[in-house]
Ligand binder design. Structure first.
Ligand code: ACO
Length: 438
């Protein structure tokens, strides 16, 4: 910089400790869009203070160039591309490429990527044996997190997380094998034989075939089912620094291998406050049972003294219509028509509930719109997928985002193990009292 250029000071925020009058200038970390952050690292050194933010709702844990959400405006972008455009025009594998590399692929690059994923759809026969060790009624998420973690034992070279080529091979393996492992859990649950992958099929077609085909009969792939499932995959592929993604980043920050890292993400997603919402939608619809019971449940949802809430309505981040819900609704309606099931009590109840809630002042005034889980729950049920498998489908989709986030974290030049701090509120130092004296 030449000496006659005016010096523009870096933007800062000054924090003053009123107890002592000491202050520190904290640099502002600029974003390319949306809220910027405050670099609080000098705080402790200068003022002996930590930040306190349980639930991390006001904490940016990283810089990320992958996904952007503006809940107030109802925006979701992957690498800058609006979710509406990707859901309408793209495929899950193209979206996975985009999340991992940052750019949309050229046609040859997409072909190559598809080939690389397809090469990795088979799993070691030893892995298939694990399934038979589980109880017949094991939850498929329990099976999935176990077998994904166990893949660590089959690919010792994946420990080399510092090697970008090695990381990429693990990414192909995880995206390629996840449908095979998930379908394996579904088959085990049903007591049906495992169906091996068919590499001549597309990613979604192959998954549906591994789930629903039986060796005794030909399996016909329905394109409306494929499109509905593909939209669920695209819409759930990434969602910024949610609990499971943050778990992946924190677990992976110790430089453990990616199979163990993703298994940690699966564990976090399993929780009812996270990936279990569409399962909860189905339980609620079953509980309502019939259209005639809806007014009674709407009344309960409005009653402050009743803990009942309409599952699949409202969202912590989106205070506008969830952009994913608008897209998935279209596929949901197409699928219900294609399968001719709109008249079945469960789907009739769902559609009537949606209609009433969208017209009711309680829900309108609180901006409680149907969310993506409301429609994905209906789609998965219409596809004939057991409710306990719903979160497993979420895992398949989110694997692409988790790996992209893990890779971004590992590639950071100053990457360090994650180590949050705490505000200690326990006893101060005291002396040990011998047992006989207590
Ligand atoms: N049914 C009835 N009333 C509701 C619902 C609901 N589903 N959601 C919120 N409200 C009411 C609250 O009682 C509150 O009313 P009040 O202002 O009279 O007190 C008002 O709407 C605001 O609610 P908050 O709890 O402040 O909203 P918050 O943003 O914290 O909650 C949440 C969001 C947790 C998603 C909530 O809407 C909910 O429980 N929804 C049902 C569960 C669900 O579908 N979760 C999946 C979300 S998608 C996902 O996480 C992937």
């Amino acid at each position: 910089m030449s000496s006659d250029q005016p010096h523009i000071p870096a933007p800062t925020v000054t924090v003053t400790d009123n107890r002592t009058g000491s202050s520190v200038d904290l640099p502002i970390v600029s974003s390319s869009h949306g809220a910027s952050g405050i670099d609080v690292r000098p705080l402790q050194k200068s003022l002996d203070l930590l930040t306190f933010d349980p639930g991390f709702m006001s904490t940016a844990s990283c810089r990320s160039a992958i996904t952007y959400i503006d809940g107030g405006a109802g925006l979701l972008w992957y690498r800058g591309y609006p979710i509406e455009q990707l859901a309408e025009k793209s495929s899950f594998l193209e979206v996975s490429y985009l999340l991992l590399s940052g750019e949309l692929p050229s046609a040859p690059h997409l072909d190559r990527f598809r080939d690389l994923i397809t090469q990795h759809t088979m799993v070691h026969e030893g892995v298939l044996k694990f399934y038979h060790g589980f109880r017949h009624d094991a939850h498929p998420m329990a099976i999935l997190l176990g077998v994904v973690g166990a893949l660590s034992a089959f690919y010792p070279e994946a420990m080399e997380v510092s090697d970008p080529a090695c990381r990429m091979t693990s990414a192909y393996r995880l995206i390629g094998k996840m449908p095979t492992l998930a379908a394996g859990a579904f088959k085990y649950l049903r007591g049906e034989p495992f169906i091996y992958p068919d590499d001549s099929l597309g990613y979604i077609e192959n998954f549906l075939r591994m789930m629903f085909a039986l060796p005794a009969a030909p399996y016909r792939i329905n394109p409306v089912m494929v499109r509905a499932m593909e939209s669920i995959f695209i819409l759930h592929a990434d969602h910024e620094q949610n609990a499971s993604t943050s778990t992946v980043r924190l677990a992976g920050s110790s430089r453990v291998n990616p199979f163990a890292t993703i298994s940690a993400g699966i564990s976090s997603l399993w929780g009812p406050s996270h990936g279990g919402a569409n399962e909860a939608v189905l339980h609620m619809l079953q509980q309502i049972g019939d259209v005639k019971n809806i007014p009674q449940f709407i009344a309960r949802a409005k009653d402050r003294n009743d803990p009942f809430r309409l599952m699949g309505f409202g969202h912590r981040v989106y205070k506008q219509y969830d952009p994913r819900a608008r897209i998935i609704r279209k596929h949901c309606m197409e699928l219900l028509d294609e399968l001719d099931v709109r008249g079945q009590p469960l789907f009739k109840t769902a559609l009537e509930l949606e209609r009433i809630a969208l017209e009711d002042d309680y829900f309108i005034s609180r901006q409680l719109y149907p969310n993506v889980d409301f429609y994905s729950g209906i789609i998965l049920k219409a596809l004939g997928i057991d409710t306990s498998m719903f979160t497993v489908i979420f895992v398949l989709a989110r694997t692409a985002g988790w790996i992209a986030q893990w890779m971004e974290m590992i590639a950071e030049p100053d990457q360090r193990i994650g180590r949050p701090r705490q505000i200690y509120v326990g006893q101060t130092q005291r002396d040990y009292v011998p047992l006989a004296a207590r």
